[in-house]
Design a binder for this molecule. Structure first.
Ligand code: DX5
Ligand code: ZN
Length: 214
């Protein structure tokens, strides 16, 4: 089954509860955390995760676009994250491994993320230890960017790794996903679709979530 993870980066932060309730038919709430260092933008952090935890029953899928995430993963777990993903580019292999272990020790799901210029093989050191792999289909940092169709061979490559090495692992894509590009992602092997602007700019959010699911 295809899962939809609307990104609240495109929500109205002054009406976050309303905008999270509006996506109750989705599967995950995607939370984009940026530190102004790993990416050239600053968004939301631990207190906001804590505040939104009680307003939804959906799992919180927390995408950490921060430098050396091992420093903060436990705090995000304790704030209510259900899935915590770390960029493989954000620290050494050893420290990313330690971050995954810390997330699992808190009873939460852990994932790794690859930026567009990072090869698919970069997930191999972690593939048997993670519950989710996220492939960026835009440069991380901002919502509303154009979908990079040239990431699809990487999605397909990671799908073959997952099927061979960890079939329960989810494969997520993030960036520029709309009802048209969603089909391309699914055809390449993705099963979780993050969508920010295409969900929140839609005239009918529920209908858009159904459309994305296909
Ligand atoms: C980008 C974020 C995405 C972003 C997606 O750095 O990781 O989750 O919100 O937004 P859209 O769907 O508008 O490209
Ligand atoms: Zn994201």
């Amino acid at each position: 089954m295809i899962k939809i993870a609307p990104s609240i980066l495109s929500a109205d932060f002054a009406n976050l509860q309303r905008d999270i309730e509006a996506i109750s038919t989705a599967d995950y709430v995607h939370v984009d955390v940026m530190d102004g260092l790993f990416v050239p933008n600053i968004t939301i952090g631990i207190p906001v995760v804590k505040s939104i935890r009680p307003v939804t029953d959906l799992p919180l899928d927390v995408h950490l676009m921060i430098d050396r995430p091992v420093r903060y993963v436990e705090q995000f777990c304790d704030a209510g994250a259900d899935i915590v993903t770390c960029h493989v580019e954000a620290d050494t292999e050893e420290n990313i491994r330690e971050a995954i272990e810390k997330i699992h020790a808190r009873g939460k799901r852990a994932g790794v993320v690859v930026k567009p210029r990072t090869p698919g093989s970069a997930v191999l050191p972690f593939i048997d230890k993670v519950d989710l792999i996220l492939v960026m289909t835009v440069e991380p940092g901002f919502g509303g960017q154009k979908f990079m169709a040239d990431m699809m061979p990487k999605v397909a490559q990671i799908r073959t790794y997952i099927d061979a090495l960890n079939p329960d692992c989810e494969l997520e894509v993030d960036g520029g996903v709309d009802p048209v590009t969603a089909r391309v992602c699914v055809a390449s092997g993705a099963n979780v679709l993050v969508a920010g602007s295409s969900v929140y700019k839609a005239p009918d959010i529920e209908a858009r979530i159904r459309e994305l699911r296909g």
